[in-house]
Design a protein around this ligand. Sequence first.
Ligand code: SF4
Length: 472
Amino acid sequence: MGSTLLQKVWDLHTVRRLPTGQTQLLVGLHLVHEVTSPQAFDMLRLRGQRVAMPDRTFATVDHIVPTDGQPRPFLDDMAEQMMAALERNCREFGVPLFGLDSADQGIVHVIGPDLGLTQPGMTIACGDSHTSTHGAFGAVAFGIGTSQVRDVLASQSLAMEPLKVRRIDITGELGPGVYAKDVILAIIQRLGVNGGVGFAYEYGGPVVERMTMDERMTLCNMSIEGGARAGYVNPDETTIAYLRGRRFAPTGDAFERAAAWWRAVASDADAVYDDRVVIDGATLAPMVTWGINPGQSLPVDGRVPADAEMDASEHAGVHDALEYMGFTAGAPIAGTRVDVAFIGSCTNGRISDLREAARVVEGRRVAGHVRALVVPGSKRVAEAAEREGLPGIFRAAGFEWRAAGCSMCLAMNPDRLEGREVCASSSNRNFKGRQGSPIGRTLLMSPAMVAAAAVAGEVIDVRRMLPAGGTR
Ligand code: SF4
């Protein structure tokens, strides 16, 4: 009987089984950012401890970074303090920092893969929920809290509960205008936001095998929104080609040896799974969320659900969501007026996302009432976009072109919704107040769908606006 990738990586990184039933796992890569690390470093200082493996620890700044070019010190004193604390901590503890003066600064889940730090067969931890992104490479990657950040800094290991594995196969072929974002929104819509509790999701099947690494990262990024502790794709030739030549990837013979091992760490053909789900990719349409969790979504040509269509246990949650969002049960989601359009985040702030959005807006204008932002996921993504002339396309259409950061994904920086604004967003969470205003409303969708909404001034099916040809 074969093993899954999760089992292989887990076994290889097991330090010992703990009396609690947990496993002490060695962490191969620890990524750090300014929000969840200050207290962790303070706790180390109090105990007189050092960072156990500073050569396996890398820091960047993303959440609080103003994307409008604000100079230091930042206007927001709290942001300035966090930034200064990370700089001081990295200096004192010998942790490399990709700060604002680094060409490699960006969202932690964008720069790790971009730099080749993220590699197959690794265990990866970071004090951010969307660490599951790195599973796209066949790594086992977990988001952790501040006390666990302290543990990993001090011991380079983590106490973890065992996980089951659910294999999710996406068969067939995605239609034009249907992206990885639509696939993961559809998965969460079907399995529920708690459907993955206790599981790691292994994504596979022909659609996933054909996906680029950027697309696989979008897929794995939102595993956590479906309740899964991690999500991954088995490493293959696409993974290996992506990593070749990256700054922190092995070189020469060492790369070939690593690649052979990466292939071997993939799940065996006869691996046994705790659960299996199959979704026909050809049945999927562009998705939009209508509610206050990422599972409350529907195809763009659908209608906001009414009581009759759902289980009685869901009524209270649905009524709450409808009331907050201001939707009427049974209303079509297409045609919903949007005030803000946000393209960015660790889910969809990569170069391929910006290319797809640019294809939609090229030669068009953002609707007069819409505030539209494009925020690249990293400085490297911004540079790549500049080489391709994408900022000019966005600016000509009426978008603001910003500096790299998390921006309006969570509004720990000046990019925020105001009042009851509705935002078409390529990010990953539509919780109440997520984008800064306690009454602001978020509609999650693909970057191409956000671009289409920005132009139309309302939710619209991007398939009506895509030019012929292109990636999809
Ligand atoms: S883009 Fe959003 S989800 Fe991703 S790391 Fe930043 S705040 Fe977290």
